[in-house]
Design a protein around this ligand. Structure first.
Ligand code: NDP
Length: 313
């Protein structure tokens, strides 16, 4: 079994992980980063990115992540193409074991394993992801100026995304599987008052349809759960807001989490319930979920790890 000893182990390779790596490497911590199942994280399944500062023109999500990885490597991060399968935070130094059977022995750890949007898993969804179907209105809403869009879901995310989308879209349809919303009452009042928003109660989406070339979503088929009647709607943009799952299975019963299994950190800090272990990005954030906020938290985590290590030594 290969052993890698490091001052700082970073688990996960989205904007939070790579930013932590860049800061830690430049502080001479010689960090090791384990990429995980989807190197580059959620941005590798998006297309156009227009809200990451520093780029006047639209850039591609996968390209941005390649750049972050190259930058992290260039300043001295050791990147492992491996998936952590087990961690032990009960004693120091901390231990993580990869599926490759490599052992990572670390004085401090930054967890940046992210979260995955839940998808409907219905016909046409994979085909039009990034071509009309999105899981982030803040990221992609702008592309639907003066077009009719739909938001699927009835929680806070769906409500906030629908309200945000009224800034661009000509009409916003909320499609919800029940006859009442789960979101906060104040958001519900705003939805009901907004003339651009129409809520379709007791409806589920059955299928997405569109053009092959250029690939573009054109229609959704929705079904009434009470009488099974179906209708076709002309829709160019669909925002799926049925929740996210943080990638925290590995840390259950090892770190404090909230009731949705997001890692809890101290106020204004990325420090978890275990001293020397930090969490940054979507794995601890269910509100902002942006590449730039994740990157910011990665920076915070690296600075906090550096301070912890220098106090310790
Ligand atoms: P939620 O789990 O709160 O809501 C998910 C919604 O999607 C529910 O209305 C649910 O329906 C619906 N849904 C789930 N699965 C399906 C499916 N397969 N088909 C159709 N509909 C489905 O997720 P959110 O992302 O909205 O919120 C997650 C957490 O983050 C919550 O705690 C929320 O309060 C918090 N949050 C807070 C914000 C803030 O404070 N500003 C902003 C955004 C989120 P049903 O209601 O029938 O279960």
């Amino acid at each position: 079994m290969t052993e890698n000893k490091t001052k700082l182990l970073i688990i996960g390779s989205g904007p939070a992980g790579y930013t932590a790596a860049i800061y830690a490497a430049r502080a001479n911590l010689n960090p090791h980063l384990v990429s995980g199942l989807t190197p580059g994280g959620q941005l590798t399944i998006t297309t156009d990115v227009e809200n990451y500062p520093g780029y006047e023109n639209v850039i591609q999500g996968p390209w941005l992540m390649e750049q972050m990885a190259s930058q992290a490597k260039k300043v001295g991060t050791v990147i492992h193409d491996d998936i952590i399968k087990e961690v032990d935070f009960s004693k120091k130094p901390f231990l993580a074991i990869g599926e490759s059977n490599k052992q990572y022995i670390a004085e401090s750890v930054i967890i940046s394993t992210g979260a995955q949007a839940r998808w409907l898993k219905i016909k046409g969804e994979d085909k039009f992801k990034g071509y009309g179907i999105s899981a982030c209105a803040t990221c992609d809403g702008f592309f639907f100026k003066d077009k009719e869009v739909a938001v699927i879901g009835g929680g806070n995310t769906a409500a906030e995304e629908a309200l945000f989308l009224t800034n661009f879209a000509s009409k916003v349809n909320i499609i919800h599987r029940r006859d009442s919303l789960r979101s906060e009452k104040i958001l519900q009042e705003r939805l009901f008052k907004n003339p651009k928003i129409k809520i379709h109660w007791n409806k589920i989406v059955k299928e997405f349809k569109g053009k092959d070339s250029p690939r573009e979503l054109e229609k959704i088929i929705i079904s009434d759960i009470k009488n099974n009647s179906q209708e076709e709607m002309d829709i160019n943009g669909v925002f799926i807001a049925i929740g996210h799952d943080p990638a925290t299975k590995l840390f259950l019963n090892k770190l404090k989490m909230d009731d949705e299994n997001y890692i809890l950190t101290k106020p204004d800090s990325t420090e978890t319930s275990v001293e020397g272990v930090y969490a940054a990005g979507d794995v601890k954030d269910k509100i902002y979920r942006q590449a730039v906020t994740a990157a910011g938290m990665g920076c915070m985590a690296a600075l906090e790890a550096e301070k912890y290590l220098s106090n310790k030594n």
